[in-house]
Ligand binder design. Structure first.
Ligand code: SF4
Length: 288
């Protein structure tokens, strides 16, 4: 290995950093703290917070069961309006760490569905961010991720359609799906709600992968944005390694390659990226 390059956009985005900081700030001043779902797709951060007494509430059923009182932090993915109401009913002090970019989508779908429009969310229906967005719609709402799913929904063609995207969705795929919908429905408004942080990270990762002999993608196995980074890099490079932390990296596998690129998903803490980067640098020095 002779060269290693780290993507500038690797790691925590603004929204995730903000949410994690909000939890650590509360840990110092409050007693009973919950997060609604893991604050981040990163086991080490979640475990560290657990050791400081932060309990993860896994979903609505568990939320309904907890005793009244305490503080709950809504993560950057956001959640549905019904969940906010339940939290209020449970007497919880709600700290809203929903990313402002996601909050903007909640406002768009709420406003447009109240105006009588049909909503199409382009994204993964299982993803909590999408479930949250769906929970702010006041009328017909469809979630589609690909052409096949689009074929399976019955849109009222005479009624206006408002289209939004999950913030981590691939821009080109979003554009393709919007173009297909445009051919079916006369009156549409498509709002590109894909977050710049994601676009920038994806573009930079693709470019770096195309210039590198091997590419390391660091992030949680369950993080959808990290999985997407991996796919993008795989399209550009034949040797892509998906790791969660330094221990997963077999550095000897990279001994014979000339250049290595590193990127990381939005939930990967800086210290993990730094460790991988340092280990690669060390390997370069050993090779000299
Ligand atoms: S990826 Fe973008 S929308 Fe999602 S939390 Fe980060 S800054 Fe917010």
């Amino acid at each position: 290995m002779k060269e290693v390059k780290l993507a500038k956009s690797a790691g925590f985005c603004f929204g995730v950093k903000r949410a994690v900081d909000m939890v650590y700030k509360e840990v110092d001043i409050k007693d009973r703290i919950y997060t609604y779902g893991p604050i981040i797709h990163n086991e080490e951060v979640v475990n560290d917070l657990a050791s400081k007494g932060v309990h993860v509430i896994e979903g609505r059923d568990e939320l309904a069961e907890i005793e009244s009182g305490g503080t709950i932090i809504i993560r950057s993915h956001g959640t549905s309006e019904a969940d906010y109401k339940l939290m209020e009913k449970k007497g919880l002090d709600v700290i809203d760490a929903t990313c402002p970019f996601v909050k903007k989508i909640h406002n768009i779908v709420r406003e447009h569905s109240l105006a009588g429009e049909q909503i199409i969310i382009i994204g993964n229906k299982e993803h909590p961010e999408v479930e949250g967005i769906r929970g702010w719609c006041k009328g017909p709402v469809y979630v589609i991720e690909n052409e096949q799913e689009l074929e399976n929904i019955v849109i009222e063609t005479g009624k206006k359609v408002c289209i939004v995207a999950q913030t981590t969705f691939n821009y080109n795929k979003f554009k393709e799906l919007v173009e297909i919908i445009e051919k079916k429905v006369y009156d549409i408004i498509a709002v590109n709600t894909i977050c710049n942080a994601t676009e920038e990270r994806q573009t930079e990762a693709g470019k770096l992968a195309s210039e590198s002999d091997a590419m390391i993608v660091i992030g949680g196995r369950h993080s959808s944005n990290t999985q997407k980074l991996y796919q993008i890099c795989e399209n550009e490079c034949n040797n892509v390694l998906f790791i969660q932390k330094l221990d997963d990296l077999q550095l000897d596998e990279l001994a014979s390659v000339r250049s290595v690129g590193i990127t990381a998903g939005a939930s990967t803490p800086n210290n993990i990226i730094e460790e991988v980067w340092q280990a690669c640098q060390k390997k370069i020095l050993e090779n000299y």
